[in-house]
Write a protein that binds this ligand. Structure first.
Ligand code: FRU
Length: 508
């Protein structure tokens, strides 16, 4: 009984803290329409779901510091995926089986109208010693909480998927991030990231008739020594008649321009047969070629759209910052997914268009020497840009757009048609760290013609190339006063551009 009270206190403490401290995070210090934590730290999006007429977004949350700590689940709701209202923290690490943290997971609505959360409980492994006498690593297991959209109660039968349910060779220490859905056949399914003892990432599939009692079914997909080591944060869904597996592999090795080293995101597309749960991989691609994108999760909107949101940061650089802000971590713009020509296509959610105002359009502008154009600039904007060679017989060498610019600083987006290479470069954004500042990707070469949609929200840029065939996301901490924009080209380019300011819709 005592233990119960202490545990409840942990959640109460977090709720009191976030309520008291929220005012420290001035709205001016936050992005306008990208989600940021109520206070303190966030990493992965969790439990992204439509429930009771709203989108619910939970998030890996440590309210007490701007660095990672014992994980709670923060909580927010939104009607349009862009304006979020904070709700009290939903989960605290207050049980013996999750005392080291309530790690990532997902949510769905049960047939009786309750909201089900499934997450990874991390249990301290210190009480047992390994053969070598070293403390054992923490154990990871899958747990449930049931609620009404505000209050969630952890299930008395937790953990519902534990070490004993693992197939041979799968590590009980790296077994996390359950993503749950209900199949067309009414069976609940859950994919979980796993690490086989011999060092390969894999995705395990579990099934259940009632979402409370689970059994192991199979390895849905595995790494086969490609694509990093442990596969974190899996998601699996059917999209445009294809099976799509997304995951965030740790320790990726660079592979051409498709994958760069570090923690990156992977999308496998293939055939899927529900009855036997057979997924046959047909193609693999990186999801976002930028620097700040990890742990994406999807949900189905009531109108049938598959919407993805990711953590707009990465583990390798998130410690390198000079911000005094009392919060850290943002989510990407929610993106609508589809498949075109075997590729995952991403578009900003269409709701964003309602935030557009003050259009400035320029057509057929000749770009060569650096030029600034009246009305083009800003740090919270949605801009569509098309470039093409001014003379088709003479291909230009490079087109560049510099934004978030003042006399010393800028972030550069450039395109080199001869190599069909796009690049984002934040070298001059004011960073004082020796960290990755550039990212590149190949885009489809169409004789020097390229369209881009660039979304800036104070401290981030998301660039969608050729209607979402490739996406690149980066963050930067440049002072907000740096809101200039400049265009330049090596060679001659014609450009069409339309820019909108993005504005929050204030409540009436
Ligand atoms: C991914 C991740 C997950 C884990 C969570 C912990 O970013 O490492 O695998 O559940 O973060 O905060």
């Amino acid at each position: 009984m005592n233990r119960e009270i202490r545990m409840t206190e942990l959640l109460q403490k977090a709720r009191n803290y976030e309520e008291e401290q929220e005012a420290q995070a001035a709205p001016e210090s936050r992005p306008l329409f990208h989600f940021s934590p109520r206070i303190g730290w966030t990493n992965d999006p969790n439990g992204f779901s439509w429930y009771n007429g709203q989108y619910h977004l939970f998030y890996q949350y440590y309210p007490y510091d701007t660095h990672w700590g014992p994980m709670h689940w923060g909580h927010a709701v939104s009607g349009d995926l862009l304006h979020w209202t904070y709700l009290p923290a939903a989960l605290a690490p207050d049980q013996p089986y999750d005392a080291q943290g309530c790690f990532s997971g997902s949510a769905l609505e049960l047939p009786d109208g309750r909201h089900l959360l499934i997450y990874t409980g991390v249990q301290k492994g210190m009480d047992k010693m390994s053969m070598a006498g070293a403390p054992c690593r923490d154990l990871q297991m899958q747990c449930l909480a049931v609620g009404d959209g505000i209050e969630y109660e952890k299930y008395s039968g937790n953990p519902v998927i534990a070490s004993a349910d693992l197939p041979e060779g799968a590590s009980p220490n790296d077994f996390r991030d359950p993503k749950i859905w209900r199949g067309d056949d009414g069976i609940y399914r859950c994919v979980v990231g796993s690490y086989a003892e011999e060092g390969a990432g894999q995705i395990l599939l579990f099934t259940s008739g009632d979402a409370f009692h689970w059994s192991y079914k199979k390895v849905l997909a595995c790494n086969e020594n490609r694509y990093g080591t442990m596969w974190e944060c899996p998601d699996f869904f059917v999209l445009d008649k294809k099976g799509v597996l997304i995951t965030s592999p740790q320790d990726m090795e660079a592979d051409g321009l498709e994958f760069s080293s570090g923690g990156r995101t992977l999308c496998l597309i293939g055939s899927y047969e529900e009855e036997s749960d057979t997924f046959c991989e047909e193609s693999a691609q990186c999801i976002d070629y930028g620097i700040d994108f990890y742990a994406p999760q999807t949900t189905l909107a009531p109108d049938g759209r598959r919407i993805m949101i990711g953590w707009m940061a990465n583990w390798h650089t998130c410690g390198m910052r000079r911000t005094e802000r009392p919060w850290f971590g943002q989510m990407t713009l929610p993106r609508e997914l589809s498949i075109r020509n075997g590729r995952l296509i991403q578009q900003p959610v269409r709701e964003l268009e309602q935030l557009r105002g003050n259009p400035v359009a320029c057509e057929h502008v000749r770009v060569g020497e650096p030029v600034r154009l009246a009305g083009l600039g800003g740090r919270s904007i949605d801009m569509e840009l098309t470039v093409r060679p001014a003379d088709e017989r003479q291909m230009y060498q490079k087109f560049a757009l510099r934004f978030a610019a003042d006399t010393r600083h800028f972030v550069e987006l450039n395109y080199r048609p001869q190599e069909a290479l796009a690049e984002l470069d934040r070298t001059h954004c004011g960073s004082r760290h020796a960290m990755v500042h550039q990212c590149r990707c190949r885009v489809a070469d169409q004789g020097g013609l390229l369209n881009m949609r660039i979304i800036l929200d104070r401290y981030s840029a998301e660039v969608f190339f050729n209607d979402g065939e490739q996406v690149m996301t980066i963050t930067f901490e440049t002072d907000q006063a740096a809101d200039g924009m400049e265009f330049l080209a090596v060679g001659d380019v014609f450009m069409d551009v339309v820019k909108f300011d993005l504005q929050r819709m204030e409540k009436e």
